[in-house]
Design a protein around this ligand. Structure first.
Ligand code: NDP
Length: 405
């Protein structure tokens, strides 16, 4: 039985909190702390409405997660075993600092990104390695779906299917329809920064830079659809190629519809996606922050969302029998089914469930070890077992090359 603090009260936090409510054998008390406390209160009200049988106790608090002393006070008052950070990547380091100061474990779903530079990489968080190890604390980085489950899928390939992985393709398809002209499925600011940045993939020991959405191919997503998919840079590529040095090429593919790209091009063309602040009526505002305020909140898309997500990892290389092999591991999730279960759309669901699972495996001791860890460094077997149990069943497809060279 464990006490945890969840920081943030957006789409992902709502799912993780509801999954903690379902898993009350592990989670006994959860404090949801965020900037706008009414959002946390709404999640707790929904938990009382939809999960009245849960024995897990929920409470809420206001916190500014950019402020280390405020976080330290919050943690010292509640005394959790760990903090699940589901705020934004900008808050990762302040929350890690507060965890170190108060002696509690840490988990997040996205790597640190400075607010004023559209750049994300693990170096800032990997620099905490010695501090966490020396204090006997664990920090688990990027335990959502991608990053997160995709790294467990890579570890599963390496453990159960391949002597050597040579080519790795992570594929992320959202074949859903929310009925809006333009909206993002998770935090718009983070999402748009990711997509409008240059693409990048790893080949023969080097990073190859591309224009945004320059490389595309049609990919068949089993039981879902064939969809045009684009190479973009995604953070787990950095840690995967570090931890699996046999990989010669690693790419990340994501689907985007024509209408989405058209809107994005226009918004970019007129400067609305810029992170450079402009002066407006005496105030400094980054256009992308204003755009975020105009766009639908990701959690508001859930009620009418139809269709499925399909996220998986294709590996190619030398199988355990010494023969060339291609293998695909994936999950398919239905948006409407997510809504029926936890009043959320599929993208929040596929992120929030692995966050609960990662926290559970840390609290139970299965994954717990001092230091800063990426998901692919840990045993994928208990994670897969929990994914199957908690709503994200894993499928495998042998011998079919879905992503072409
Ligand atoms: P939302 O924008 O819906 O929610 C973010 C929450 O964090 C909001 O409640 C926000 O408060 C709160 N917050 C932001 N800044 C602060 C602060 N300084 N102090 C306290 N609270 C703060 O985002 P999502 O739920 O969609 O995403 C959550 C995280 O999950 C993000 O880091 C995102 O990058 C990551 N993610 C990871 C994925 C994966 O597969 N690994 C996939 C999708 C998302 P307020 O409402 O007041 O603004």
């Amino acid at each position: 039985m464990s006490k945890v603090i969840i920081i943030g009260a957006g789409g992902v936090a709502g799912v993780t909190a509801k999954k903690c409510a379902q898993n009350d054998a592990v989670f006994s008390e959860v404090l949801i702390a965020t900037r706008t406390v009414s959002k946390a209160d709404k999640i707790v009200a929904e938990i009382h409405q939809y999960f009245p049988q849960s024995k897990c106790k929920f409470s809420t608090a206001t916190v500014d997660a950019d402020n280390v002393p405020a976080l330290v006070k919050l943690i010292n008052d509640f005394r959790p075993e760990m903090v699940i950070n589901l705020a934004l990547p900008y808050q990762d380091l302040t929350i890690m600092d507060a965890c170190l100061e108060t002696g509690v474990h840490y988990l997040d779903t996205a790597n640190y990104e400075p607010k004023d530079v559209a750049k994300f990489e693990y170096s800032w968080q990997w620099a905490y390695q010695d501090k966490f190890r020396e204090k006997g604390l664990m920090a688990l980085l990027g335990c959502g779906f991608d990053p997160g489950a995709t790294q467990a899928m890579t570890a599963h390939h390496a453990k159960h299917h391949f002597k050597e992985i040579h080519y790795l393709d992570i594929v992320d398809c959202n074949n859903g329809n929310h009925g809006k002209a333009f909206a993002t499925n998770f935090n718009p600011e983070i999402n748009i920064r990711e997509i409008t940045a240059n693409g990048r993939y790893f080949e023969n020991g080097e990073w190859v830079e591309t224009q945004p959405l320059e490389i595309a191919q049609d990919i068949y997503y089993p039981n879902v659809a064939t969809r045009k998919s684009f190479v973009l840079y995604h953070e787990e590529l950095e840690s995967i190629v570090k931890h699996f040095p046999t990989i010669k090429r690693a790419r990340f593919w994501m689907t985007f519809g024509e209408s989405y790209i058209k809107h994005l091009n226009v918004l970019e063309g007129i400067g609305m996606t810029s992170i450079e602040p402009i002066e407006f009526r005496g105030q400094q505002i980054a256009p992308i922050e204003f755009l975020k305020a105009v766009l639908p909140a990701p959690e508001s898309l859930a009620a009418n969302y139809t269709g499925q997500t399909c996220i998986g990892v294709q590996a190619k290389g030398i199988g355990l029998d010494g023969q060339p092999k291609v293998h695909f591991v994936y999950n398919v999730k239905d948006h409407a089914e997510c809504y029926r279960e936890v009043q959320a759309q599929g993208v929040s669901y596929t992120t929030g469930v692995p966050a609960m699972i990662g926290a559970m495996l840390m609290l139970q001791g299965t994954w717990k070890q001092p230091g800063v860890w990426n998901v692919e460094q840990l045993d994928p077997d208990p994670f897969f077992a929990a994914m199957n149990q908690w709503g994200l069943p894993i499928n495998e497809l042998a011998g079919v090359e879905l992503v072409k060279d």
